[in-house]
Each structure stands twice: as structure tokens, then as C-alpha cells.
Design a binder for this molecule. Structure first.
Ligand code: F6P
Length: 550
């Protein structure tokens, strides 16, 4: 029994039924599943918004999916979902509501936190952001010396960086190409140096993005950026107002830093950092693509929110994707999950998902405070195809690990490509389809022999197949489709956290390292004796000081 009176997940009849079913399925593979059901290719597909989701190449039967849905019902995934959408404080360890869905709610929606409708405030910030973005884009907003802003540098880390940095890449074709937009996150001074070394400070706007406005990396980089700007412009503090804006929930700290509160765009404690990119944190993207495109993206999020909130279990795509992850992580011992976009523009998409998924579900303590004794969040990884094919796909095809993968592709290349480059799209997508085919069905020893391969090479050239993949296909990559994709993964992560009974919205695991870094720093700089430094770290610190000539 859990501390909250629930039966331990892995002792529920639904879990036990899945374990038994897994045994019964044995090693029966995808060739057999397709042979048994000729309609599987078309039948195992769902549609949400513009996303066509094919799950036919999974090691599941109708019975598997039914049993997984029963597990979802037993763990009350939809009950928790409804509580989230209602604004209840489902982030139990921080006693907070979880309302990123309110960030994209329609203007006339009513969503209450502590009895107050939060939607008007969301739209008020969006309107202020739109007005500001338009002023920057039109040149009406001038820098301290009166010059037009041509460069935008977002300074933030984690959820205050990964979302806008990813989306700026994804939507490059929709951006104002006369603007240079860069993202600085690392406390390694090289990051800020490389981002600013060729910029004219008189034409540069810094956006300091930090929910808490206490994150050491961001405040350090913002301070260095301010020093750079004032030194280069030979100006006093008054120049800050024209070159720095803040995105934060902490008005006090923003003012302390010297940014005019009029130049702050706020959000709220019910928006988690990794769920914040469609809040004020998206300002750099909004400046790049313009407010109309940004709102199209929000509408994309909303399509999937509505689907997740209302679609029945059988056709609910985030539910399905979440449950498939449970199936592999808990019943097939899969340790990781690959996300492999076949779009160069999605080059930072998987890095974004790493925070979304791993910071949310990388937990070994349940919502009830008890340790779980089942696997929780997977390692999420991947890079765009076709590059990965020439690097690590070997291990996915013939390694000893089961790695479920999502393949994301588009029917149309991005419109602005030349005809010649557009023609390359079919080759890209031929690889996309070929890979999932090879992963699923492999190549038998008989097929290899039939090609005249010498017997000693037959085992090497055999592909066992049965590597499960989801194919997500859309017509083209638009702001709305990006919103749909992100919301799809947000809700997938939600489903898994709900099944595993963990709080997907806190992140206590990042705290210890932050505290220790603060403690170690004086040992590096001043050679100070630091209490509680372990023997190994002491030796490393001494070596570091020696190498730095201290
Ligand atoms: O350290 C982890 C974290 O708290 C993330 O959850 C968050 O997205 C990131 O740091 C940045 O935090 P902030 O926006 O408060 O600077």
C-alpha cells in the first residue's frame, strides 16, 4: 500500500495483467503481428490536429493497448488531467497549480487559481509582448544612441533558454532575416563572448529570461552583458532601459538588477520553467517571427490541449504515446527513448525534450513520499536524421539494447528553399521511411543468404528487427504544427508521471549541485578551506589551482 492509501502500482491487478501479457507475447515480432492483421498499417494510426501518428510498428496488440488503457484508468490519469486543467494544485511538493495550458487558452476562457480567473492576465501579457515585439521589429524601439535594434540576445538557462532557442531554429523560415537572434545560457564566459563579439552594442537588445531571477548562470551572464554594453557605449546606467528587458515572475529581483519594471514581462508560479516557453519566456521568438505567427503557434498548442482533455482513451494520442513508453520502460526494460526528427530545423527539438521529459519524470520518490520500485522516466536523446544514421543508428539496429524511437517528418520541404534543394526532400523522406521499415522488419538470415552472402558473414548482415517506432507525419512545419508537437510531448510526459505516481512538476534533484558549486567556488578562487569537501574533490581542486598557477 502507498502512503496515500493507493495500492502500489506494481501490485495492482492491471500491472500484473500487463506483466503476464508480456510473457505470453514472448518474442513474437512485428512480422508476425503484420501477417496476422493485414489492416494494421492503416488501423494502428491516429490523428491529432495536423499530426498523423502511426503506431503500427510497435510491439503491441489490441490486447496490449487495452491492458495499458486499463492501467491508465486504474491510476486515474484522466482524473489528474482534469485536476490540472481545473487549476488544482497538483504539484504537491511545491503546492502549486500546473497551468501551462492557460498560457494558450482562448481570450474568453475562464481558468481559476485560488478563485481568480488567470486568463485575462495571460492575454494582457501577450498583448504587451505583441506591442513591444512590433516596436522592435518596426524600428520604433531605438537603442540608447537612437539606433535601430538589429540584434536580440536572450540570456537564460534551462526552461528560460531551451524553448525559445529550439523554436527559433524550428521557425527560422518564418523569422525576420534582418534580425540576428542569439541565445546565451552557459556560465562559461565563452558563450557570451561568442554571442556578442561581432555585435554592435548600440543595436543590441538583451532579454534576461529567468523565472526566479536568482539563477546564478543567468544573473552572472546578464551582469557581464550589462558591463559590456555600458563599457562599449561609454554610457551610464540610463542606457540599460533601452537595451535590457526582463522575463520573470520576480519583479523585486528584476528591479534590483536595474531593469525598469516597465520593461518586465511577467508570468506566474503556476508555470513550470520547462513548460514556460509559450509564456513571456517566448518573447525572443515573438520578436523574430512576429506576434501573429506566435499566436498561430499558441493555437497549435490549444488544438492538442483540447484533444488531450476531451478525446476518449482509445483515440487520445498523448495517452497512447505515454502508455507506449510505460510498456517499454516497465515491461521491456528499455532504458532510453530516441526522438529522431527528419528536419534540419528541428535540430534542437530533442534537447528541448530532454529537459521536458527528464526534469519532469526523472524521480525515484512518488507523490506520496515513498520510493517507487518501478522504473520511471527514460533517457531521452537523438539528433536529426539523416546525420544519426551515419553515427549511432548501428546500435539501434544491431546493438543489444531496445530503444523505442519517434520519427518525426514532413511531407513538404520549407517553402523558401530553392527548387533544387526542395528536390532533396524526397531523398530525406525516403530515408525516414526506410529506417522505420528496417528497424521494424529487419532482414532474416534466409534473405541475407539469398543475396549470395558468404555463410560466415550471414550473422553480421542479419537484422533481427522488432525495434519499435512511432511515425509522426505532418504536411509542413508551421508555427501551429510546432505548438502541436510540443503540447503532444508535454501531455505524454504528464501521462507517464501520472501512471508512475510521481510529481512531474518539481525538480528537487537539481538543487544539491547548485549548493555545492557555491560552496566549492571559494576553494578555487581563494584556496579557502571548504567544510565538508570530500577527499577526491579536494585533490581535484588542488590540481585545478596548480594548473591555473594559483
Ligand atoms: O535548475 C533547474 C531550473 O530550475 C529549471 O527548472 C529552470 O528551467 C532553470 O533552472 C532556469 O530557472 P530560471 O528560469 O528561474 O532562471
Amino acid at each position: 500500500m502507498n502512503a496515500d492509501g493507493r495500492t502500489r502500482l506494481n501490485r495492482t491487478p492491471e500491472w500484473t495483467a500487463l506483466a503476464k501479457h508480456r510473457e505470453e507475447l514472448g518474442e513474437s515480432g512485428l512480422r508476425e503481428l503484420f501477417a496476422a492483421d493485414p489492416g494494421r498499417g492503416a488501423g494502428y494510426t491516429l490523428q491529432v490536429g495536423d499530426l498523423y501518428v502511426d503506431h503500427s510498428k510497435h510491439l503491441v496488440t489490441d490486447e496490449t493497448l487495452r491492458l495499458l488503457r486499463e492501467l491508465a484508468a486504474a491510476t486515474d490519469v484522466f482524473g489528474l488531467r482534469d485536476a490540472m486543467f481545473r487549476g488544482e494544485k497538483i504539484n504537491v511538493t511545491e503546492d502549486r497549480a500546473v497551468l501551462h495550458t492557460a498560457l494558450r487558452a482562448a481570450r474568453d476562457a475562464v481558468i481559476e487559481v485560488d478563485g481568480e480567473n488567470v486568463v485575462p492576465a495571460v492575454h494582457a501579457v501577450l498583448d504587451r509582448m505583441s506591442a513591444f515585439a512590433n516596436r522592435v521589429r518596426s524600428g520604433e524601439w531605438a537603442g540608447h544612441t537612437g539606433q535601430r535594434i538589429k540584434n536580440v540576445v536572450n540570456i537564460g538557462i534551462g526552461g528560460s533558454d531551451l524553448g525559445p532557442a529550439m523554436a527559433y531554429e524550428v521557425l527560422r523560415a518564418f523569422t525576420d532575416r534582418d534580425l540576428t537572434v542569439r541565445f546565451v545560457s552557459n556560465v562559461d564566459g565563452a558563450d557570451l563572448h561568442e554571442a556578442t563579439r561581432d555585435l554592435d552594442p548600440a543595436q543590441t537588445l538583451f532579454i534576461v529570461a529567468s523565472k526566479t531571477f536568482t539563477t546564478i548562470e543567468t544573473i552572472t551572464n546578464a551582469t557581464s552583458a550589462r558591463d559590456w554594453l555600458l563599457t562599449e557605449l561609454k554610457a551610464g546606467q540610463e542606457a540599460v532601459a533601452k537595451h535590457f528587458v526582463a522575463l520573470s515572475t520576480n519583479a523585486g529581483k528584476v528591479a534590483e538588477f536595474g531593469i525598469d519594471p516597465d520593461n518586465m514581462f511577467g508570468f506566474w508560479d503556476w508555470v513550470g520553467g520547462r513548460y514556460s516557453f509559450d509564456s513571456a519566456i517566448g518573447l525572443s521568438l515573438m520578436i523574430a517571427i512576429g506576434p501573429d505567427r506566435f499566436r498561430e503557434m499558441l493555437e497549435g498548442f490549444r488544438i492538442v490541449d483540447e484533444h488531450f482533455r476531451t478525446a476518449p482513451a482509445e483515440s487520445n494520442v498523448p495517452l497512447l504515446l505515454g502508455l507506449l513508453g510505460v510498456w517499454y520502460g516497465n515491461f521491456h526494460d528499455a532504458q532510453s527513448h530516441a526522438v529522431l526528427p527528419y528536419s534540419h530545423y528541428l535540430s534542437k527539438f530533442t534537447a528541448y525534450l530532454q529537459q521536458l521529459d527528464m526534469e519532469s519524470n526523472g524521480k525515484y520518490v512518488g507523490r506520496d513520499g515513498q520510493e517507487v520500485d518501478w522504473q520511471t522516466g527514460p533517457v531521452v536523446w537523438g539528433t536529426p536524421g539523416t546525420n544519426g544514421q551515419h553515427a549511432y543508428y548501428q546500435l539501434i539496429h544491431q546493438g543489444t539494447k531496445l530503444i523505442p524511437a519517434d520519427f518525426i517528418g514532413f511531407a513538404e520541404p520549407v517553402a523558401e528553399l530553392s527548387d533544387g534543394l526542395r528536390a532533396q526532400h524526397d531523398l530525406l523522406m525516403a530515408n525516414f521511411f526506410a529506417q522505420t521499415q528496417a528497424l521494424a522488419f529487419g532482414k532474416t538470415p534466409e534473405e541475407v543468404r539469398a543475396e549470395g552472402v558468404p555463410e560466415e558473414l550471414v550473422p553480421h548482415k542479419t537484422f533481427k528487427g522488432n525495434h519499435p517506432t512511432t511515425t509522426i507525419l505532418a504536411r509542413e512545419l508551421t508555427p501551429s504544427v510546432l505548438g502541436q508537437l510540443i503540447a503532444l510531448y508535454e501531455h505524454k510526459v504528464f501521462v507517464q508521471g501520472a501512471v508512475w505516481n510521481i510529481d512531474s512538476f518539481d525538480q528537487w534533484g537539481v538543487e544539491l549541485g547548485k549548493v555545492l558549486a557555491k560552496r566549492v567556488e571559494p576553494a578555487l578562487t581563494e584556496g579557502a578551506e571548504v567544510d565538508g569537501l570530500d577527499e577526491s574533490t579536494k585533490v581535484l581542486v588542488a590540481k585545478y589551482r596548480e594548473l591555473r598557477g594559483r
